[in-house]
Write a protein that binds this ligand. Structure first.
Ligand code: ADP
Ligand code: MG
Length: 688
């Protein structure tokens, strides 16, 4: 329960529902951005450049046009200072009209744009405050993300109260350690983030605000440093623990390729990586290996070969995938590969019928089942193994470290193989995955033709789909990808369900199926199987197809609202085509209202096929203050740190961890940390 004047039981339980139970929890929700409201602008000087301005003026006539309920409609007003007037407009907040009543003089703060009709400057959706004494109207103002239903000025007041109440916090980090890096203690950092002191010189203020908004102040660094210390500390701890464990050894027992029905020869890269894995498995220490390979380099078959080696050596194998669709896919692939062997894969997912699930769980426990493929369902408490020898985690970046660990703990000390298609620069991999050895698949199977990528305007959709229609008539298959299932007010992006009728019109005579994350398993499996067989020729889908979907006949992909996706994500999507002998096409249907930066990103995507280069470009093109997050690399749970932005801090954290370990203080310090960065499990899974 949070105890603060003005927070009653109702508000406090709402906050608790959002994970805010103490004053400190509340203050750790630091502002999303900071705005300069130090100087009042003169209306006559305003330029409609979209930047926000603070004005003080008298409200002239107010017009309200309501449209439906819940504040929908438009409010228009005029605001005058000494010498000029400006139009002000609010969309869908008709209650503003009441707030303006009886307040002849107000402060407003909002972006100055050009009125599309009169071409004159206009203030759009500004915040309003009476000019008779609100204490927060000037200075650097923090802007917060909503916490549940609480936001705006109300949250700001709450935070101001909390920061006054924050008298004593025990800083988990030793003072000398912080001082050595020029970092403030926790309490000071929070105080200064919530109530930033405003330098009086405008230039100093501007650069301070920039630093705040990019997250590079010493105050930010203090928070980030604690998280990175946790991350680096956990990596070191995992590595140490494993060093002293003994694992079952699976010595060389002949080429595993001969024991599966492989429809092709391994590439040289696959062979090399397989040998690295077999070498690890032969030793009595648990393997911990990251297999990194771009989309389509053939990671699955390598995993299957490692699996058959362990199975024949008497161990059990568990393979975990982040989505049900992918688990089902692996199940189908493994069933074919293992058809001529003694082994048969079993599937365990949340949506499997309860009876089937119980049976698999029983057979894993008594050891009759050797090989299981599944989702997070594998880490539920009921699942246990008789002699788990190898854990394989596909698309590792979708899982948290804790989930990986949970599956490992189902065995005594099983070997671990994690696979990812998300490229991560090697130096970073060593830090984030410092507890893993790295194998790289850097070769595509032969006979692939590079996918050609083009950008087309939405008006060209008819000719694009006409082409798709012809391709399909010639035996090909296609994907149409949308960022959303249903249209959303908040995001102006194309949605799957709204576009289906249009697609049907544009693709007459073509069987179109739909695939997204809200469908049940049976329906999904049916659609997918029909697509594989060619009964469905075009699959309209969300990003559920991003991982693992493998239909070699698919040679065309149209992506709607492509600017909504990150470059790496687009790359994953594009990796679904170009898997057969046919020339494949990826068409980005991009709207005309793209920003220059968005257009540039798409052009880079068009010109670049290398996943590593795209990941780097993605980073370079980030806007200031935009976080990459670790999410992409599987060590998420970091709220303040960004491994790219805070590279140097991360190095410092690694050194500190080594020092602490040498002084025998590591465990204690880690246990005391308040910000548990990389150790938090992530609720991974499909939400598309
Ligand atoms: P990813 O690395 O993206 O997980 P997959 O394992 O799904 O890639 O493999 C992509 C496709 O390439 C599959 O259809 C697979 O059967 C095929 N493939 C894998 N290895 C080879 C190979 N050595 N020669 C030919 N095709 C291969
Ligand atoms: Mg894969």
């Amino acid at each position: 329960m949070i105890r603060l004047g003005g927070i009653g039981p109702q508000l406090s339980s709402r906050l608790a529902a959002e994970g805010v139970e103490t004053v400190l929890d509340l203050l750790l929700r630091i502002p999303a951005r900071w705005e300069d409201r130090t100087e009042i602008a003169r209306i006559g000087d305003l330029v409609p450049d979209g930047r926000p301005a603070l004005l003080r003026g008298r409200v002239g006539k107010v017009r309200v046009r309501r449209r439906g309920r819940r504040g929908r409609g438009v409010v228009q007003a005029e605001l005058a200072d000494g010498d000029a007037t400006i139009g002000v407009v609010w969309f869908n907040q008709t209650w503003i009209a009441d707030r303006l009543k009886g307040r002849p003089e107000v402060f407003v703060y909002g972006p100055v744009r050009r009125d599309p009709r009169s071409e004159a400057p206009q203030l759009v959706n500004p915040e309003v405050e009476a000019a008779d004494g609100g204490e927060e109207r000037e200075g650097i103002i923090p802007v917060y993300r909503k916490i549940g239903p609480i936001g705006g000025r109300r949250l700001r007041k709450l935070m101001a109260q909390a920061i006054r109440a924050l008298e004593h916090v025990e800083d988990p980090l030793p003072a000398d350690l912080l001082a050595a890096r020029g970092l403030p203690d926790l309490r000071t950092a929070l105080q200064r983030l919530h109530r930033p002191p405003a330098p009086t010189a405008p230039a100093g203020r501007a650069s301070w605000i920039d630093a705040l908004n990019c997250g590079i102040t010493p105050e930010h660094s203090r928070l980030a440093f604690e998280e990175l210390l946790g991350l680096a500390g956990n990596v070191l701890r995992l590595r140490e623990t494993r060093r002293f464990r003994r694992a079952p050894a699976f010595p060389d027992s002949g080429d595993p390729c001969r024991r599966l029905d492989l429809p092709f020869e391994l590439t040289a890269a696959q062979r090399r990586v397989l040998d690295e894995i077999l070498g690890d498995l032969a030793r009595p220490f648990p393997m911990a290996r990251l297999l990194e390979g771009d989309v389509g380099t053939g990671k699955t078959v390598v995993a299957a070969l490692a699996a058959v080696h362990v199975l024949d050596g008497g161990g059990q194998v568990a393979m975990m995938a982040p989505t049900e669709l992918l688990a089902e896919q692996h199940m189908a692939t493994l069933t074919k590969l293992f058809a001529g062997s003694r082994w048969q894969p079993h599937l365990l997912t949340g949506s499997a019928p309860a009876a089937a699930r119980r049976q698999v769980i029983r057979e894993l426990a008594d050891g009759t089942a050797g090989l299981v493929v599944g989702t997070h369902a594998l880490i539920q408490a009921a699942v246990g193994f008789d002699r788990l020898g190898l854990v394989i985690i596909d698309e590792q970046h979708r899982f948290g470290v804790a989930q990986r660990q949970a599956l490992l703990e189902k065995g005594a000390a099983p070997h671990l193989l994690v696979m990812t298609a998300t490229p991560i620069p090697r130096s970073l991999a060593l830090t984030v995955y410092g507890d893993l050895d790295l194998s790289i698949l850097d070769e595509l199977p032969p006979g692939r033709r590079p996918v050609r990528t083009v950008i087309r305007a939405p008006e060209q959709a008819p000719s694009v789909f006409e082409y798709m229609g012809r391709e399909v008539a010639g035996g090909a298959r296609g994907y149409v990808v949308f960022p959303l299932i249903e249209a959303s007010d908040a995001i102006g992006a194309e949605a799957l369900e709204d576009n289906l009728p249009k697609l049907r019109r544009l693709l007459p005579g073509v069987e179109i199926g739909m695939l997204h994350g809200r469908m049940g398993r049976e329906e999904r499996e049916q659609v997918y199987a029909a697509f594989q067989r060619g009964e469905i020729q075009v699959l309209a889908a969300t990003t559920v197809i991003e991982v693992g979907v493998d239909v070699p006949q698919a040679s065309m992909m149209v992506i709607a609202s492509p600017e909504r996706f990150g470059l790496s994500q687009l790359h994953q999507l594009r990796g679904r085509i170009g898997r057969g002998g046919r020339q494949s096409w990826c068409v980005l249907l991009a709207g005309g209202r793209l920003s220059a930066r968005a257009r540039r990103r798409l052009e880079i995507f068009q010109a670049t096929r290398d996943g590593f280069k795209l990941a780097e470009a993605d980073l370079e093109l980030r806007g200031p203050g935009e976080r990459t997050g670790l999410r992409q690399w599987g060590a998420d749970g970091l709220l303040f740190a960004d491994i790219f932005r805070d590279r140097e801090l991360l190095e410092a954290a690694k050194r500190t961890v080594a020092e602490l370990a040498a002084r025998g203080l590591l465990r204690d310090t880690l246990d005391r940390l308040i910000l548990k960065g990389g150790s938090t499990p992530s609720p991974a899974g499909a939400n598309a």
